[in-house]
Design a protein around this ligand. Structure first.
Ligand SMILES: Nc1ncnc2c1ncn2[C@@H]1O[C@H](COP(=O)(O)OP(=O)(O)OP(=O)(O)O)[C@@H](O)[C@H]1O
Ligand SMILES: [Mg+2]
Length: 351
């Protein structure tokens, strides 16, 4: 991305990002049911933005409207300052990659990638140049003459991605592109995709169910809930300062505690911040919340940490805490415990 001197706002050091996509008052109804209530969203050139949310919240519908595969009921979509709301999909400079990478089975990798360029009547020499470049970027050079059934799922997905970037779209929409791959391959492809996006400088709008994937890959994570934007922030901020109980619950694990005299908010405390001690062992401390008391119900081994489930007296609320391999004290079921947390580690969220 290039920043020019006149891109800078007066008195402000951060360069002004160029806007790539703008959704203005977008709504979508299917059979008179509102799936997307009025939605406004701006995405900048070169950004990697992830839509994260539960099944059925409207992620695919939002992507399909940007691609032009679905028409919004109301509102406008701008792509690079052009109103594309009623433009056909193939006239938008946008490509989409799906979870199930429909490659042409009878064509080789190279032919699959070339297909779109031929449709667009790109001159042969330029086709070859661009194909060579994307084969290199997606590490498919050695597989150029293979057919889809001769390749692994991860390799096929790389071809689907190569095919989608070869005609230099301004925006690439990716709908759970790694969803069909196993855990290890997914981790590897996440890195590859992120590097590819950096190298190409294309705006990526990425959809996933997987919060870890969203946090590691994105510049911005948008949590969608019932077609609405619940929170739109960089990954670290989303993790550290969730705004609502929904966001706090959706990203990582959280415990929630009522706030006396405030029925609009809750305190969210992550398991790693829950301090567990023997009942009444420690004195109260002004930098910490008052103790809650309870009993250990169960310990779950997860590999790197043990999860300690504690049932609080009176409320019966379950609290999750972590126990680390080298902790002095190892908890076991039925142990009586006191829990608390540092005041600074609790985040106030809306219910
Ligand atoms: N063509 C359609 N006709 C009627 N309803 C639809 C249509 N497409 C989607 N929906 C509904 O719109 C809602 C949002 O669907 P969408 O596919 O956008 O969800 P999603 O967030 O992508 O979910 P998932 O994570 O399961 O892929 C769902 O309730 C779905 O049933
Ligand atoms: Mg979907």
């Amino acid at each position: 991305m290039e920043f020019k001197a006149n891109d800078r706002k007066k008195g402000c050091d951060t360069p002004k990002m160029k806007e790539m996509i703008r959704l203005v008052g977008i709504t979508k109804e299917f059979d008179h049911t509102t799936i997307i209530p009025p939605l406004d969203l701006t995405i900048n050139d070169g950004e990697f933005v992830t839509l994260l949310g539960p099944s059925g919240c409207g992620k695919t519908t939002i992507l399909r409207m940007i691609a032009g595969l679905e028409h919004p009921t109301t509102g406008h979509i701008y792509l690079d300052d052009e109103d594309v709301t009623s433009l056909a999909p193939y006239k938008r400079n946008v490509n989409m990659v799906f979870q199930h990478y429909a490659l042409f089975p009878h064509m080789t990798v190279e032919e699959n990638i070339r297909f779109g360029l031929m449709m667009k009547k790109v001159p042969r020499e330029e086709q070859d140049n661009r194909i060579n470049q994307v084969l290199y970027l997606t590490q498919l050079e050695d597989l150029r003459y293979r057919k889809p059934q001769q390749m692994s799922g991860g390799q096929q997905q790389r071809v689907a991605i190569a095919r989608a970037v070869v005609n230099n779209p301004k925006v690439l929409l990716l709908d759970e592109p790694l969803g069909a791959l196993d855990y290890k391959l997914r981790k590897k492809m996440q890195l590859e995709l992120k590097n590819l996006q950096r190298g190409l400088g294309i705006t990526f709008i990425y959809v996933t169910h997987d919060q870890e994937e969203a946090l590691t890959m994105s510049d911005r994570v948008i949590i969608v809930n019932g077609g609405r934007i619940e929170q739109d922030d960089p990954p670290a901020r989303i993790y550290q300062y969730p705004k609502s109980q929904f966001a706090a619950n959706f990203i990582g694990e959280n415990n929630f505690f009522a706030i006396e005299g405030d029925d609009q908010h809750l305190l969210a405390v992550r398991p790693q911040y829950i301090e567990v001690s023997d009942e009444k062992e420690e004195p109260e401390d002004s930098s910490r919340a008052p103790f809650y008391y309870g009993s250990v119900v169960e310990i779950l081994f997860t590999g790197t940490i043990d999860k300690v489930y504690i049932r609080l007296d009176n409320t019966n609320q379950m609290v999750t805490a972590y126990q680390y391999y080298d902790d002095k004290k190892r908890w076991k079921a039925d142990d009586r415990v006191a829990i608390r947390w540092k005041t600074e580690d609790a985040v106030k969220v809306t219910k």
